[in-house]
Design a protein around this ligand. Structure first.
Ligand SMILES: Cc1cc2nc3c(=O)[nH]c(=O)nc-3n(C[C@H](O)[C@H](O)[C@H](O)COP(=O)(O)O)c2cc1C
Length: 364
């Protein structure tokens, strides 16, 4: 990998450009692509771009606290490394590299069950704050085995990703004939993913409630109706996500559905969100709407692709800079002071695409 000294990256734009140079064409299309027309990918950005700030002034922002709390533990930013399957195709060390960056910078990592080097070795790679995400591709005993291993290896919460009842058609991969080595295993488990229902959520809660301390996260909630059912099941975290626009095409942007879900959940569960978050201002918007954490998927991969572990650490430093500037210019010193009144609906200024958050980059 061609890795410049990370301090040389002065902007997130340069991180993206370096990742573009380093990541091979197949993994690159896997990383940036979405399902079919990629409308959901664009809507994720569109929903963020359609929010403007309403700054308050003269509020003494000489001391800003941009740290946050994640499942009761302090983190440097309200940002989590979202689960990425096949990360080993994008960066040497795969999930272990993400774990090291997560520990070095001080944000949590959600490990994907379809990422190498796997649950135990990733946990051994770094002393980080970590949670585990499962694609349910086996029976109840199979799932229970993952729960036990997650607990034994210091993961602090357990997540079912539920927006994968069918594997989507990612046209960039198909057109480029990029065959993902981990897809063979996915095909074996496809029937279990299609058959997943609230019964398995109920079973998890009945079996483990009060018996261990792994709160349940449901990732892939996109409607108020499902958020309400999750709350009825006692789910601790509702993770609003459309899989970065990689599953159902023609969905709404995550940030567009976030306010109504937060309202319906009404504090009975934490609400996390991801989808198109690439800038500090994006993270601040989610926090103003009432999210408790923001997942970064592609941005974390781009940091790793740019320069490995130091590249992701640098990405997070730049994101932190942007967040702190945004908070100061909004006239707040912490997320607790942010409210939806700091936001207003506004016309977008340009049509979004995968990299429209980085206008200085040449268009693909
Ligand atoms: C390359 C790649 C692989 C992913 N693999 C998984 C996965 O294994 N499990 C999962 O729940 N989500 C997976 N996702 C979705 C992310 O966790 C997250 O929801 C999404 O990337 C957020 O959107 P963003 O990339 O615009 O930040 C993946 C996303 C990408 C880009």
């Amino acid at each position: 990998m061609n890795a410049p000294h990370p301090e040389e990256f002065l902007t997130l734009t340069e991180i993206v450009a370096a990742a573009r140079r380093n990541v091979a064409p197949g993994p690159w299309s896997y990383l940036v692509g979405g399902a079919e027309t990629e409308t959901t990918v664009r809507r994720n950005r569109m929903a963020l771009d359609a929010l403007a700030f309403r700054p308050r002034v003269l509020r003494d922002v000489s001391r800003i606290d941009s740290s946050s709390v994640f499942l009761g533990r302090k983190t440097r930013l309200p940002v989590m490394l979202a689960p990425i399957g096949g990360l080993e195709s994008i960066v040497e060390g795969g999930a272990a590299s993400a774990a090291r960056a997560s520990a070095q910078f001080g944000v949590p990592q959600m490990l994907s069950s379809v990422c190498q080097p796997g649950l135990e070795q990733t946990a051994a790679a770094a002393d980080n704050l970590r949670v585990f995400q499962l694609y349910v591709r086996g029976d109840d005993a199979w799932t229970d085995d993952f729960v036990r291993r997650a607990q034994d290896n210091g993961y602090k919460a357990f997540c079912f990703t539920v927006d994968v009842a069918a594997y989507s058609r990612r046209e960039r991969d198909l057109v480029g004939r990029f065959i993902k080595p981990w897809r063979a295993r996915a095909i074996e488990g496809a029937a279990f993913q299609a058959g997943l229902s609230w019964d398995q959520v109920k079973r998890y809660k009945d079996k483990y409630n009060g018996k261990h301390d792994l709160p349940l996260i449901i990732k892939g909630i996109a409607t108020v109706e499902d958020a309400e059912i999750a709350v009825q099941h006692g789910v601790e975290v509702i993770y609003v996500s459309n899989h970065g626009g990689r599953q159902l095409d023609h969905g709404l942007g995550s940030t567009a559905v976030l306010p109504e879900i937060i309202k319906a959940v009404n504090g009975k569960a934490e609400v996390w969100v991801d989808g198109g978050y690439l800038r500090g201002t994006d993270v601040v918007k989610a926090m103003a709407l009432g999210a408790k954490a923001v997942g970064i998927g592609r941005l974390a991969c781009l940091g790793l692709g740019a320069a490995g572990v130091p590249g992701l650490v640098r990405t997070l430093e730049l994101l932190e800079d942007e967040i702190r500037i945004c908070l100061g210019l909004l006239g707040v010193t912490s997320y607790a002071e942010l409210t939806p009144a700091h936001l207003a609906a506004a016309p977008i200024t340009h049509l979004p695409d995968t990299f429209s958050a980085f206008p200085l980059l040449p268009r693909e």
